[in-house]
Every structure is written in structure tokens, then in C-alpha cells.
Design a binder for this molecule. Structure first.
Ligand SMILES: [Fe+2]
Ligand SMILES: [Fe+2]
Length: 332
């Protein structure tokens, strides 16, 4: 949807008018002093018995399957591209100084700081357990950060809220499922790590979903069009541009493994759409014209994806096994 600068400024005014609501919700961010840190989930390398601790950490990791390693690396690479997401979300915060005391800017910094632990912790886990080719993983992170991140919504700021509401829920589901599956495979350390990260995603989801609900209260027309704009573009996953220097379809191959293992599936995608349509009371909003068409469109999407899921699952089952540089070209 083409949207001119004057319209974009009008949307920014709505967001600027929400500073009080944002301030009231800053407590969704945890207290830094009480927050978990990656070190809490890793062997203490300064202790005298660090060798035993490291060994005890590495042993259960041996039982993690190649399938789940691929999903875990894909999730880690996606988390490690955080700088790109922070840059993108500055559309919402409009922090021109870098340390603005305004609530949107405070949220963005607090959120970034919390998210930063996710990539750090997963990175440390992968390095210490020695299960993957860290250099190949690092090349992938380097490529992804160099490629940048574009939600396809131009300068329009509401879509940042729509996108994050969707994405935080998607990452919560993904981390939670990896946690459940590696627990069954016997790595309880990794299970704890994944569940802890999923807990953060859940708080972040709460914030973004709440703020978008508020936008819909203040500007149902603009909000509805923004949601349609994001959903119609098929939520471009944040790791979409990942590349390891070898496989040009790396993200799609990773997504196939995520679907096959049940970590993140088309049904999850449909469920998220369904959930957002409900929590944002999309069907009950009073809108007219184009926004009414958008409303109608949004109410039909979850059902559509649910119907598509079966066909997709069938297709995925036929896909050949693919070698991944992350695990020394072993096929998954
Ligand atoms: Fe995260
Ligand atoms: Fe997140």
C-alpha cells in the first residue's frame, strides 16, 4: 500500500500520543539486577573444577539430533541478527539522540538488552558443546547482518508493532518446542535454556500485542490497514536472508526442518493469525471503506492457512534430505 509522508506523520502522532501507555507498560521489562544472564545457564569456567563442569555440560549435548541442531542454529542465527531488528524498530521509537528518555525509546533499548542475551546464550551453548561447525555458523550470522532486514512496510510505523506481535509469538513457540524436544532427547541444560528464552519472548509478545491493541482503539482504520499490509506480505521471517556462503536456499531448507520436526509449522502460523485476530478484536472493530475490506480479509486468513497446512505437510514429506554446512555437510 502506497502511503505518503503526511499519512506516515499522522500515524506517528498517534504513537507519540501513546507515550503514557508505553510508560505504564515498561514494567514488562525485567529488573536488570534480578534478570537471568547467560552465565546462569553455562558452566563456570573460573571454578577450580571447570573441566568437570564443562564435561558434564557437554555430555548430554551429544544426544541432540542433527535435526534439532539445525533448528537450534537457525534460531540462534536469527537471534544474533538483533542489531538489524533494533535499527528497524527505531521507526517506532524515533530516538534521534540514542539515549532518549521517551518511553518508546526506553522500551526499544530495554527490549534490545533483553534480546541480546538470547543470541549470546545460544552462541555459548553451541560453542561449548562442540556439536556444530561454529565458523560456518559465524559466516551465516555475518552474512545475515550484512544483508540487513526489511519488513517491506517502508517507513510506516504501525507495521513494526504488527510484525513484532507476530514474531515474538512465533519465536516463543519455536524456542518452547525445541526445549520440549531436546528434553526428550536427554539434554536438560539446553531445554532449560530454550524455555528461559521462550519466557522472554512471551513478555515481549505481551507488550507489542497490547500496544497494537491500543493503536486499534485510537485509529482502527489505520491499524486495520497496517495489519493487512503485514499479513498480506506473508510475514517475512527475520532470518529470511540467512546465507552460509554455500546454500542460496538456506532459510527455506532450515524452514523445512523446522516444519518436519514440528518446531514451527504452517499450523503454528495459522494459529498465530487466529490468535491475533481474536486478541485484537478484529471482527468487532468499526471500520469503513478499504479498512472494512482489510477486516474481511484478515478474518479469513487463519482458516485459509489451516486448509493449506495439509497440502504443505504432504509436500514437505517429499522433500529430499539436504546437507548443512553448520553440521559439516551432514544431511538432514
Ligand atoms: Fe529472542
Ligand atoms: Fe523476541
Amino acid at each position: 500500500m502506497a502511503i505518503d509522508n503526511k499519512m506516515i506523520e499522522a500515524l506517528h502522532e498517534v504513537l507519540a500520543g501513546m507515550q503514557g501507555t508505553v510508560a505504564d507498560n515498561l514494567s514488562i521489562l525485567g529488573d536488570v539486577e534480578k534478570m537471568w544472564q547467560p552465565s546462569d545457564y553455562l558452566p563456570d569456567m573460573t571454578s577450580e573444577d571447570w573441566r568437570e563442569r564443562l564435561q558434564a555440560f557437554r555430555e548430554p549435548a551429544e544426544s541432540v539430533s542433527d535435526e534439532l541442531l539445525i533448528v537450534l542454529v537457525g534460531d540462534m542465527v536469527t537471534e544474533e541478527a538483533l542489531p538489524s531488528y533494533s535499527v528497524s524498530l527505531n521507526r517506532l521509537a524515533r530516538d534521534k539522540e540514542g539515549d532518549s528518555p521517551k518511553p518508546w525509546a526506553k522500551w526499544l533499548r530495554g527490549w534490545t538488552a533483553e534480546e541480546n542475551r538470547h543470541g549470546d546464550l545460544l552462541n555459548a551453548y553451541l560453542r561449548m558443546t562442540g556439536r556444530v561447525d561454529m565458523r560456518a555458523v559465524e559466516v551465516t550470522v555475518h552474512h545475515l547482518l550484512s544483508s540487513g532486514f526489511n519488513t517491506g512496510s517502508g517507513d510506516e510505523p504501525y507495521s513494526g508493532l504488527v510484525y513484532t506481535s507476530f514474531q515474538e509469538r512465533a519465536t516463543k513457540i519455536s524456542h518452547r518446542n525445541v526445549g520440549r524436544l531436546v528434553n526428550a532427547e536427554g539434554d536438560h541444560n539446553l531445554a532449560k535454556i530454550c524455555l528461559r528464552i521462550a519466557g522472554d519472548e512471551s513478555r515481549h509478545e505481551l507488550f507489542y500485542t497490547r500496544m497494537m491493541n491500543h493503536v486499534l482503539d485510537l485509529d482502527p482504520q489505520g491499524g486495520m490497514l497496517a495489519i493487512r499490509g503485514v499479513i498480506r506480505g506473508l510475514i517475512a521471517m527475520p532470518g529470511k536472508l540467512m546465507y552460509d556462503g554455500k546454500d542460496p536456499d538456506l532459510f527455506d531448507h532450515f524452514a523445512v526442518v523446522a516444519q518436519r520436526t514440528g518446531v514451527y509449522t504452517v499450523r503454528d502460523y495459522a494459529d498465530i493469525l487466529d490468535h491475533l485476530v481474536k486478541v485484537w478484536h478484529i471482527a468487532d472493530r468499526i471500520v469503513t471503506g478499504k479498512a472494512a475490506l482489510a477486516q474481511d480479509y484478515l478474518c479469513r486468513q487463519a482458516e485459509l492457512y489451516h486448509r493449506m497446512a495439509e497440502r504443505y505437510e504432504h509436500r514437505i514429506a517429499q522433500e529430499p534430505r539436504i546437507g548443512f554446512s553448520w553440521i559439516y555437510d551432514r544431511e538432514v
